[in-house]
Design a protein around this ligand. Structure first.
Ligand code: SF4
Length: 80
């Protein structure tokens, strides 16, 4: 019956696989706070490498799921 205790915030490192990314830009449209596309290199660039804000994380997860080349990885960060 007790409400959930304060759970630690999850944090994830956002990584782009440069061999997979084709600079299509879905990630930038889905989450412009975290992703931008380098137009010269046609490559996504991560502006915020570690994300722990829940709202931002939702957007980053959506970008990960909708990247056509599966170039985005989210790696859990151990915040001990
Ligand atoms: S959506 Fe995927 S392929 Fe397109 S720029 Fe972003 S990471 Fe690269």
């Amino acid at each position: 019956m007790s409400s959930s205790p304060s759970t630690p915030r999850k944090a994830f490192r956002v990584v782009i696989d440069e061999n997979m990314c084709q600079g299509i830009g879905y990630c930038e449209r889905t989450c412009p706070s975290v992703f931008t596309v380098d137009k010269e290199r046609l490559m996504a660039v991560v502006k915020i490498p570690i994300v722990d804000d829940p709202t931002l994380l939702e957007q980053v997860e959506l970008a990960e799921q909708t990247c056509p080349t599966r170039a985005i990885a989210l790696i859990p960060v151990d915040e001990s």
